[in-house]
Design a protein around this ligand. Structure first.
Ligand SMILES: [Zn+2]
Length: 609
């Protein structure tokens, strides 16, 4: 339940933030703002300021800041809803009745309906598997796989009859409306508007969320159709890549064991489970997603990846390793002999043999190295370089420094790199920005811990405080000027707002910068513009902006120059003369540009003009 957004917006506009804050602290007018000693931390000289025009407060001492509601939340120690009540009361505006956020409520109800229909389908399919004559092939298939009656019940397996409308008739008979049935994803709608049952003549595997609600299905063919498995489409209850199969049953065991075994298919989970290996989760065909890893990491921070040993399986395993490392999960890889999958292996050799191999699963880096060395010779420098390139990203992604060093040493040994200075260079390159084909996860890693520089903060303050100069300067910024900065999201937001013809204020900027923690902490201060003097001349501001830009461009150039030194050395080692010449040219060009950005030359230039 919440207040209508229009009411909150109106209230904020009408609540004079100065008047509201005044009730708690003695404000004194200073320029356009009001100042006081901060109520949130101890101080003798005022660093707490309130801007009536921007409708925000900010403390330069303890960095608390925000709008009038955040102030009340903070000072009264209440929640957001309560803060709205207090402000409305102070301003004398009657509260509207609480409303549920309509869209949210509708969506939740739709999701509940999908779950309800899935539940009916699931029970009906279970009965079919047990009793119908048609389901004989399904029962035989499970028998061949040695699936017991108990396992069938635990995983609620079922059989969907080979009929175009048997399920929909049943759902209608249970009381579902045509619209509900259509939204459930259990039907397919043709272009001409006619519908038919999605799952026909298949062995059904229901997928549950961690609250044990049936949210989707996978259906396996029993007739050698092209599509071995078909799955539920996304519905109000089911978003792909958010759930892991089996986790509703295995989460506690995963927590107890301190690690999860990650497999690919339904039976790769069901068969180990039947044999008493209970700490397993399945990613289900689609590539593992960061959301799935976040879900899994609530139960364990260690994962043993056990995918198929074939080529596709190895590629999928490598992808998963990257995603897992980015979430700071310790990864081992289990490769079963003769490319067996867990299902086959356990039925053939038993759980004890499986557990023994699992205990000897290799650290992720060993798996990556072995794959990098397959079909490559370390005696050929170019192939050795390729192998290094392939392996290093999986070391770079490791978050613990001690483990990173351990893996690095393992890799250097395996790749036969003995030269001490080369090793040092590679080690250092791991801490430099990843200009190797950087995945999004890598970029995030690089961003974390990056601190905003004085120059970028001052530049943003100047741009925010001067509407005319902002409109003039923003279009001249290159993406490369701010792309690598800690405040990149603020620059991007400013440019977007400018393009949309909107004035930047706290609300709009916060919305655009989303959950970027740097922007969140910095925005009130930037908007308050402490370094901006009110009587500063236009000409001086221009010069200040130019100086900040120069400083930032200089930082970028220095970063690239550091990269280039390493790349030139690498090209020389690889005997790639053409590349080396190219890199040296770039180096010279950058060095020349660097001189143009020395701040002194800019100031000298300004003074002489
Ligand atoms: Zn403070």
């Amino acid at each position: 339940m919440r207040y209508p957004q229009t009411f909150v917006d109106d209230l904020k506009r009408q609540a004079d933030i100065v008047r509201v804050v005044q009730d708690y602290v003695q404000l004194k007018k200073k320029g356009a703002n009001w100042m006081a000693c901060c109520p949130f931390h101890k101080e003798k000289t005022p660093s707490f300021s309130v801007s009536p025009t921007k409708e925000i407060f900010y403390c330069f001492g303890c960095h608390k800041g925000g709008d009038v509601f955040s102030f009340i939340k903070e000072i009264e120690g209440v929640g957001y809803g309560e803060a709205i009540k207090i402000v409305a009361d102070r301003v004398g505006i009657p509260l509207p009745r609480l409303v549920d956020d309509d869209r949210f409520a509708v969506k939740r109800q739709e999701a509940d309906e999908v779950v309800q229909l899935n539940g009916w389908a699931l029970e009906w399919w279970e009965k079919q598997l047990e009793t119908s004559a048609e389901a004989l092939t399904a029962r035989q298939y499970l028998e061949r796989r040695e699936i017991t009656e108990e396992t069938k019940k635990t995983f609620r397996l079922g059989y969907s009859p080979d009929s175009w409308d048997a399920l929909s008739s049943y759902l209608r008979h249970k009381g579902a409306t045509p619209l509900q049935i259509e939204r459930s994803g259990l039907l397919v709608k043709r272009d001409d508007g006619k519908t038919y049952d999605r799952f026909r003549g298949r062995l059904m595997f229901p997928v549950f969320d961690t609250q044990n609600r049936p949210i989707a299905f996978g259906g396996r063919t029993l007739k050698n159709e092209d599509a071995k498995y078909i799955n539920s489409p996304e519905t109000a209850a089911y978003i792909k890549g958010r759930n892991l199969y089996g986790l509703n049953l295995t989460r506690d065991e995963i927590r107890r064991n301190g690690f999860a075994i990650l497999v690919e298919g339904f039976l790769d989970l069901i068969v180990p489970y039947q044999f008493g290996i209970l700490n397993v989760a399945a990613s289900l065909g689609t590539a593992l997603t960061p959301d799935q890893v976040k879900l899994l990491s609530r139960f364990a921070r260690k994962v043993v990846v056990n995918y198929d040993g074939d080529r596709a399986g190895v590629q999928a395993a490598k992808k998963s390793i990257e995603i897992l490392l980015a979430e700071d999960i310790e990864v081992k890889v289990l490769v079963l002999p003769e490319n067996a999958d867990p299902d086959e292996f356990i039925r053939k050799f038993g759980a004890v043999e499986y557990q023994q191999r699992r205990a000897k699963a290799q650290p992720h880096i060993q798996f990556v190295i072995e794959n990098a060395l397959r079909d490559r010779s370390l005696h050929r420098p170019a192939e050795k370089a390729e192998a290094v390139d392939e392996v290093l990203p999986y070391i770079r992604a490791v978050q613990s420094r001690i483990q990173k060093r351990e893996y690095f040493d393992m890799a250097m040994d395996a790749l036969q790199i003995k030269d001490v200075s080369l090793k040092r260079e590679l080690w250092q390159s791991l801490r430099a920005p990843a200009h190797v084909a950087g995945s999004a996860g890598q970029r995030v890693l690089r961003r974390t811990g990056l601190k905003p520089t004085v120059a970028e903060q001052r530049l943003l303050e100047l741009l925010l405080a001067n509407d005319n100069l902002r409109k003039e300067i923003l279009p001249s910024l290159q993406k490369s000027d701010y792309d690598e900065l800690a405040t990149a999201s603020v620059f991007t937001a400013l440019i977007e707002l400018e393009a949309e013809g909107q004035e930047p204020d706290l609300d709009k900027l916060s919305q655009k910068t989303g959950d970027d923690p740097v922007a969140h902490d910095l925005l009130p201060m930037l908007l308050m513009g402490s370094s901006v003097q009110e009587d500063e001349k236009d000409q001086d501001i221009r010069l200040a902006i130019a100086n900040c830009l120069d400083a930032l461009r200089l930082v970028n150039i220095d970063r690239r120059i550091r990269e280039l030194s390493a790349e030139i050395a690498a090209a020389e080692r690889n005997g790639d003369d053409a590349r080396q010449v190219e890199l040296i040219m770039e180096y010279g060009e950058l060095d020349r540009r660097r001189k143009g950005y020395e701040p002194q030359s800019r100031i000298a230039h300004a003074e002489s003009s």
